[in-house]
Ligand binder design. Structure first.
Ligand SMILES: [Zn+2]
Ligand SMILES: [Zn+2]
Length: 244
C-alpha cells in the first residue's frame, strides 16, 4: 500500500520518526538496564489514491488556485518597495540598478518554478512545447490555469510528490507575505471556504481576504457580497449591514 505524502499523514510520519529514534536508542543501550523494547505507534496512515488521498488532492488544488489569488497582494507589496527605493536609496549619478524588490523576486521565482513543471509535463505527455509568454501577473494566471486543468493526471503520477509538497509550501509562503500587509477592516460574514469569521477587507486593494489558518481565500468585494452556497444573506448584502 502506498501512503499519502500529504499533510493528512503528518502525525503518522512524526510518530514513525519518534519510534525509529526511540528504537535506535534502545538498541544501543545496555541490555541489562534498558527498559522494554519501544512499541510502534498505533496510527493507521491514509493511503494514497494512488499517490495522494482525495483530501490532500483537494488541498493542493486549492493551494494552486491561491498562488494566483495571492499574487496581486504580493505584487502590491512589491510596488511599495520599488517606490521607496526610488525615492530614498538611489545614489545621485550612479548607474547602479535599483535595489532588488524581494516580493517581485518571489513571484518571479514562483513563475519560473511553475513554468518548468508545465514544460516537464508537456514533454512527458508529448503535448508540444510551451508557448513563449511574457512574465508578470497574467502569465502566472495562465500557467496556474494550465496546471489546474492537468492537475488530476499530474497528481496521479508517482513523480508528483515533490511538486505537490512545493505547491503547499508556496501557498504558506505567499500567505505569510500577504499577511505582512497593514491590517484591514474586519468583515462580519464567515469565509465561504473555511466558514470562520476571519475575513478582512483590504481597503487599498479593494479585496476581501481570509486570515484563517490554512485558508487564505481571496475574493473581490462583489464576490463577498453575493450569497454563499445558495443561501441568501439574512438581510441584504453584508456590506450594507453593520459589523456585529
Ligand atoms: Zn492525504
Ligand atoms: Zn477562510
Amino acid at each position: 500500500m502506498s501512503v499519502c505524502e500529504g499533510p493528512c499523514n503528518r502525525t503518522w510520519r512524526q510518530g514513525r520518526e519518534a519510534f525509529v529514534n526511540a528504537l535506535t536508542t534502545w538498541e544501543e543501550s545496555d541490555p541489562d538496564t534498558r527498559g522494554d523494547r519501544p512499541i510502534p505507534p498505533d496510527i493507521i496512515p491514509t493511503p494514497g489514491e494512488p499517490v495522494w488521498c482525495r483530501s490532500c488532492t483537494g488541498g493542493i488544488r486549492r493551494a494552486l488556485a491561491d498562488l494566483d489569488n495571492l499574487a496581486p497582494l504580493i505584487a502590491a507589496t512589491s510596488d511599495g518597495y520599488r517606490t521607496r527605493t526610488d525615492d530614498s536609496d538611489r545614489v545621485r549619478g550612479s548607474q547602479a540598478a535599483p535595489s532588488p524588490s524581494p516580493a517581485a523576486d518571489v513571484l518571479d521565482e514562483l513563475y519560473g518554478y511553475l513554468s518548468r513543471i508545465e514544460a516537464q509535463w508537456r514533454e512527458a505527455r508529448g503535448y508540444g512545447t510551451r508557448p513563449e509568454r511574457s512574465r508578470g501577473a497574467p502569465a502566472l494566471t495562465v500557467v496556474v490555469s494550465w496546471l489546474s486543468a492537468h492537475l488530476d493526471s499530474i497528481l496521479a503520477d508517482p513523480g508528483s510528490v515533490g511538486f505537490g509538497q512545493s505547491v503547499l509550501r508556496w501557498q504558506r509562503h505567499l500567505q505569510a507575505l500577504a499577511k505582512a500587509r497593514p491590517e484591514g477592516k474586519r468583515k462580519p460574514f464567515p469565509c465561504p471556504r473555511c466558514d470562520r469569521r476571519t475575513l478582512v477587507h483590504e481597503v487599498d486593494r479593494d479585496l476581501v481576504r481570509c486570515e484563517g489558518a490554512d485558508c487564505g481565500r481571496v475574493m473581490s468585494t462583489d464576490e463577498y457580497a453575493t450569497p454563499v452556497r445558495g443561501r441568501p444573506w439574512p438581510s441584504g448584502p453584508p456590506h450594507e449591514r453593520p459589523p456585529t
